[in-house]
Ligand binder design. Structure first.
Ligand code: PMP
Length: 351
């Protein structure tokens, strides 16, 4: 090791899903929405002019923050915007988890949480999901430095009950509880109605899944004014111009088209239900998904082999070589045609 390497910050990074750029593949590996963003988004992007790009964007992300505040019935001071919810979550860890006690999150969950904890030197303790992959409320009712719960959870897709989440939030008034609602629009029950009641609750959301804008990188947090002020203080100590002018315009246009949003959501939900039935017909067991993906295991065929065979067939799904879940595939919900191709490919492998 070179002498200078002693002073290098060494981290174990997050591994993002593959983004292959080959025509004709069926991409069901990163939970993107299979439908395009609302038509107004593309119009808004065409209208972004040279002047908007010549200048720095609005550091307050004012137009998007206002659109989100109106949409959720909150004030602008209760909304924080960032470059995807990864950015919002990273900023939230840095802001709120500055104590010495361990923060708590599930053992099987979004694999970025332990990476941020590692990066910032935040102590953490993973709480095991029960045998049915359910988050147990009682595991989160103890002295800790904070809590992060994704609802629905990833990669299981399962929902945590609202009463259990409220118990966690109410039971930990001395720390911040972050509920990561990346997939909430696909059928879960949001903690949003609890916001006026609990000053330690921060909700994080994204435009990447239900609003078909993963490529634009837009995420946001909702919380009381004090929490949002603290988040902004850290943001302005890090990078003041986060969202681009194009992202702000696209985000506002996406929020305005609620009819399109609801229509695409329903299509994804309908396809998810059909995909679940087809997978069951092929002998898979599927966890009860409230998200835009299904976590499935086959009793006779190793998940890793299925993953590799599907890839050879041009169908990308996600496989995690981790204890307890290494027999599962996480399969994003595609269009009906994409799901047909998946099922046809699986029929050849498992029937
Ligand atoms: N939270 C969860 C649970 C996720 O699965 C993801 C997507 N990988 C994110 C947050 C981050 O999504 P984005 O940065 O695209 O908003």
């Amino acid at each position: 090791m070179a002498a200078w390497e002693e002073n290098v910050r060494k981290v174990v990074p997050y591994t993002p899903g593959e983004q292959p750029n080959c025509p004709g593949i069926v991409k069901l590996n990163t939970n993107e929405n299979p439908y395009p963003p609302a038509p107004g988004v593309l119009r808004a992007l065409h209208e972004v002019d040279g002047d908007a790009l010549r200048r720095y964007p609005d550091p307050t992300v004012g137009k998007l923050v206002k659109a989100l505040a109106d949409y959720h019935g909150l004030s602008s001071a209760q909304v924080f915007a960032g470059v995807g919810s990864d950015d919002v979550l990273a900023m939230s860890f840095l802001t709120f988890f500055n104590g010495t006690k361990p923060i708590l999150f599930p053992d099987i969950t979004y694999s970025f949480y332990d990476v941020w904890a590692g990066l910032y030197g935040i102590p953490y303790e993973c709480q095991p999901l029960d045998a049915g992959f359910y988050i147990r409320t009682e595991d989160y009712l103890k002295d800790c430095g904070g809590i992060v719960i994704p609802n629905p959870n990833a990669p299981t897709g399962m929902e945590k009950d609202l009463a259990g989440l409220e118990e966690m939030i109410a039971g930990n008034p001395g720390v911040i509880v972050i509920i990561d609602e990346a997939y909430i629009d696909f059928g879960g029950q949001s903690v949003l109605p609890l916001l006026p009641k609990y000053e330690n609750l921060l909700i994080v959301r994204t435009f990447s899944k239900s609003r078909s804008l993963a490529g634009m990188r837009i995420g946001y947090a909702l919380g009381n004014e004090t929490l949002i002020r603290y988040l902004n203080d850290v943001k302005y100590s890090f990078n003041s111009y986060t969202l681009s002018a194009a992202a702000i315009a696209a985000g506002v246009a996406a929020i305005r088209d609620d009819a399109y949003f609801k229509e695409t959501l329903q299509k994804v939900i309908n396809t998810r239900e059909r995909m679940g039935q087809e997978l069951c017909r092929l002998g898979f067991s599927c966890l009860d998904s409230k998200s835009n993906f299904i976590f499935a295991t086959h009793p006779r065929y190793p998940a890793k082999e299925l993953f590799e065979s599907l890839k050879q067939d041009g169908i990308y799904v996600r496989y995690f070589q981790k204890p307890r879940i290494d027999q599962y595939l996480r399969i994003s919900v595609g269009t009906d045609a994409e799901v047909d191709r998946l099922i046809q490919a699986l029929e050849k492998l498992v029937l």
